[in-house]
Design a protein around this ligand. Structure first.
Ligand SMILES: Cc1cc2nc3c(=O)[nH]c(=O)nc-3n(C[C@H](O)[C@H](O)[C@H](O)COP(=O)(O)OP(=O)(O)OC[C@H]3O[C@@H](n4cnc5c(N)ncnc54)[C@H](O)[C@@H]3O)c2cc1C
Length: 478
């Protein structure tokens, strides 16, 4: 019998696990995919929002601002990329000014620091590639950009190091109330627990509705993106937003922490909870709308497109806590944007609820820090030469676009909750994320994975399950 089972290894589940690992507790994360960061947490804008968008007084507003405040220290403790670059919401005419003023007022009410409305000249001085039609902008210096993969992975690794179990390829299929807790039926057997944390992203309504009569409803709201090459990465220096609409924050243009330029997303309500395909119409919309705020966007530099699904609950609010009619079941549902920003605060809140309910005691051996994968680029020439002398794998470049070495890939595989697939390596090291999108490095990364995991190349998958890359040999077909 576990004290706590967390369903889902996205940022909500991983942050909750990490905060919970401060206490003496027997807890486990069940994840249906082969790794953490396989749901919405891997496909989003990666912005640490300042917090002027959510309705004052809402949980979303509170956790957004708190999460944004926590992110910088967390990035230092857990060693993942985060940069506080600031953001601008662009206003194109005098008629739009009340909308901008409303955002400013909401930001002040939410406790966002440093907000300023800039005039046209100030905006253009800050960002020369903003459209000449700009009228004014809301400047939020506390907004930032983060690596969503490494944020998620770092939280999970640190939770694991502090004693939280993780079970992958374990899909929760049913939840049943039992004496003193719940029984979770999965494709890997049955698990019993006193408390359940429902952090299942777009599926959180399914689990909530299994145990509570007060039903919730989550719509997957798709966002399509184009990712541009690093040669376009400095086109803007801050995150450039449009004025928000009822469907969200609109199409943005932003640098990423790795030096690319990201353009998107759309906001299209769909039914399929796995529907992360992009569409021609979606990408056309992204390009048109981004061009309204930023001029001369180098769209020929697109290296890939992707889509993510917001877990939009009908009430447009984070649902965190125990439903009145389902004691022992803690929802972490409706975590749409700004969920990534808020995750440190979501984790804190979920762990706080569980600490109180279970009367958990703090551990005295909690390890608060974690070291990320060594990036040889951060070393001096001398340090790098010394590293290669000591560990020659750091002298072997596997991904030529991103200049990722075999040493980094080995580290990604060997570390706690290490990579087991090509995508797992990619999210941890960036091997395959560059201009050629893994055209060159896939077979070489597969070889390393096969060698390290003691399996054949034919067993290596792109992302677990049936996503095998080697499906036969030429000789078989001849
Ligand atoms: C287009 C878009 C843009 C966004 N931009 C931003 C942004 O810039 N800033 C920001 O703060 N937020 C942003 N967000 C929101 C943010 O990405 C999400 O709020 C956050 O990633 C949600 O994390 P999660 O852990 O709740 O869900 P997920 O990451 O989806 O994790 C849920 C996990 O549960 C697992 N799971 C589901 N069902 C089961 C089951 N039956 N058994 C076991 N496991 C299961 C899934 O595999 C998944 O790993 C954006 C979202 C989208 C879609």
């Amino acid at each position: 019998m576990y004290d706590v089972i967390i369903i889902g290894g996205g940022v909500s589940g991983a942050a909750s696990a990490r905060e919970l690992s401060r206490y003496k507790v027997r807890a486990c994360v069940l994840e249906k995919e082969e790794d953490v960061c396989c749901g919405t947490s891997k496909a989003n804008s990666a912005i640490a929002h300042a917090g002027y968008d959510a309705e004052p007084g809402s949980l979303m507003a509170k956790l957004n601002v708190r999460g944004n405040e926590m992110m910088e220290q967390l990035s230092k403790d857990l060693d993942f990329p985060f940069q506080r670059i600031g953001s601008l919401v662009i206003c194109l005419s005098e008629e739009e000014m009340p909308g901008l003023q409303k955002l400013y007022d909401k930001g002040i009410a939410n406790g966002v620091k440093g907000l300023k409305i800039l005039n046209r000249e100030e905006v253009l001085e800050m960002e020369p590639n903003i459209t000449d039609n700009v009228y004014a902008a809301l400047y939020a210096p506390t907004a930032g950009i983060v690596c969503p993969f490494n944020l998620n992975i770092a939280l999970a690794e640190n939770a694991y190091t502090n004693g939280i179990e993780f079970r992958f390829n374990t899909e929760v299929q049913n939840i049943r109330k039992i004496d003193g807790g719940y029984e979770l039926c999965t494709n890997q057997g049955t698990f019993r627990t006193k408390y359940v944390v429902n952090a299942a992203g777009v599926y959180a309504d399914k689990f909530h509705n299994m145990v509570s009569e007060k039903k919730i409803h989550i719509t997957p709201r798709r966002g399509d993106y184009c990712l541009l090459d690093k040669s376009a990465g400095t086109h803007v220096s801050r995150t450039i937003f449009s004025l928000p609409t009822k469907y969200g924050k609109g199409v943005l243009v932003t640098p990423t922490v790795h030096g690319n330029l990201l353009v998107g997303p759309t906001a299209i309500d769909i039914e399929n909870k796995e529907g992360t395909n992009t569409t021609r119409e979606g990408l056309d919309e992204v390009i048109t709308k981004a061009g309204q705020n930023v001029k001369n966007l180098p769209m020929r530099q697109v290296i890939t497109s992707f889509a993510g699904l917001r877990a939009h609950e009908d009430g447009t609010e984070f649902i965190i806590g125990e439903p009145e009619d389902a004691r022992g079941f803690i929802d972490c549902a409706g975590i749409e944007s700004p969920g990534l920003t808020s995750c440190p605060a979501i984790g804190e809140m979920v762990a706080g609820i569980l600490q109180e309910k279970l009367g958990l005691e703090k551990k005295d051996n909690f390890i608060a820090t974690r070291k990320g994968i060594l990036d040889p680029d951060t070393l001096t020439r001398e340090e790098r030469a010394e590293l290669i002398q000591r560990e020659p794998a750091y002298g072997n470049i596997i991904c030529r676009c991103e200049m990722i070495t075999e040493g980094e890939i080995l580290d990604a595989i060997r570390r706690p909750l290490g990579a087991r697939s090509l995508d797992g390596v990619k999210r941890r090291t960036r091997a395959g994320m560059g201009r050629c999108q893994s055209g060159f490095c896939s077979p070489r990364t597969m070889e390393i994975l096969a060698r390290e995991l003691h399996v054949s190349m034919a067993d290596i998958t792109k992302s677990g399950g049936k996503s095998r890359l080697v499906v036969g040999t030429n000789k078989d077909t001849l």
